[in-house]
Design a protein. Structure first.
Length: 308
């Protein structure tokens, strides 16, 4: 395969960086990957290489405020004014690049965690540009979203520029849950993945050592509210293949309940080809779990069954 790193395109704040993986014998399908919150594209090298080895062209970028996509009023943890919607626009721009380079190829959008929210927002706004959707580790709809937006807006107004890491809150909640079971965990971010090597690498990664600003948190909560709101129109592609992948120990997905809510919401909007697969014992990053090969094989089989 041919891997090209750190290509870029211009956005309102500066440059968005992306990589592409071209198989030796490519299918007529491109997978575009949207990563999660407080991480970056390099954490997906294994997944990108495996998809490419299976014949899929892969594009992945650093969201604004993540990885190398920083500059001006956008820095690590600060996605800028209307950052969630602007991140959506960046994804749409990359989709345009893909369409130019591979005009006859189908497009599968894979979003993880925050990226899954952006992918569902993409579905709301650009449904016609999609041929399939894969959503992993999708967050649960949180109670009091509106109150949260107001709270973080107030913090921003008073000049507070950083918040506690969301991983700290998740880790505490998860630790309490596991203590009730008489178990303990080695890492404070154990909620992320059950593979301690993955967690250890994340903790030592200089590109994951930052917090979201109140402004970015407010925009993220607004994004969650939008993707769980009723769609303004019926889907033009009601049979669009959609696959949810989540773990029963994923605190971000409310231990499977949040993924079920997201599944139910998309079905209620008129999509009838939606599948939810819950992996028993898996944590948030399903493609980093010890059984990641099994999860990948399941995903590849699903793609094949969809004619992709």
């Amino acid at each position: 395969m041919k891997i090209t790193k750190n290509l870029s395109f211009s956005s309102d704040f500066g440059s968005v960086f992306y990589d592409k993986y071209i198989p030796d014998c490519p299918k007529n399908v491109v997978i575009q990957i949207a990563h999660g919150m407080i991480e970056h594209k390099e954490r997906y090298v294994w997944l990108c290489e495996m998809f490419a080895a299976a014949g899929y062209v892969v594009f992945i970028h650093d969201h604004r405020g993540h990885g190398d996509s920083i500059g001006g009023d956008v820095w690590h943890g600060e996605m800028g004014r209307d950052g969630f919607e602007k991140a959506l626009m960046d994804m749409a721009y990359l989709r345009g690049i893909i369409a130019t380079e591979f005009p006859s190829s189908a497009l599968v959008l894979l979003g993880h965690s925050m990226g899954s929210l952006l992918a569902r927002r993409f579905l709301q706004c650009y449904e016609e540009r999609l041929d399939a959707l894969i959503l992993s580790g999708t967050p649960s709809p949180y109670a009091f979203l509106g109150v949260g937006v107001v709270f973080f807006r107030l913090l921003d107004t008073f000049g507070i520029r950083t918040c506690p890491k969301i991983s700290t809150l998740f880790a505490l909640n998860s630790k309490l849950k596991w203590l009730k079971k008489g178990k303990s965990h080695r890492h404070k971010t154990h909620w992320l993945c059950s593979d301690s090597n993955v967690v250890g690498a994340y903790l030592q990664d200089p590109k994951t050592h930052f917090n979201f600003t109140p402004n970015s948190f407010a925009n993220l909560l607004l994004g969650i509210k939008k993707v769980f709101s009723p769609y303004p129109h019926k889907p033009t592609k009601p049979h669009l293949p959609i696959l949810f992948l989540s773990g029963t120990e994923d605190i971000c997905g409310e231990y499977g309940k949040g993924a079920q809510k997201a599944y139910t919401h998309l079905v209620s909007q008129g999509y009838d080809n939606v599948i939810l697969k819950l992996w028993e014992g898996a944590s948030h990053e399903v493609f980093n779990e010890p059984n990641k090969e099994e999860i990948l094989a399941h995903t590849l089989l699903w793609l094949k069954n969809q004619g992709l």
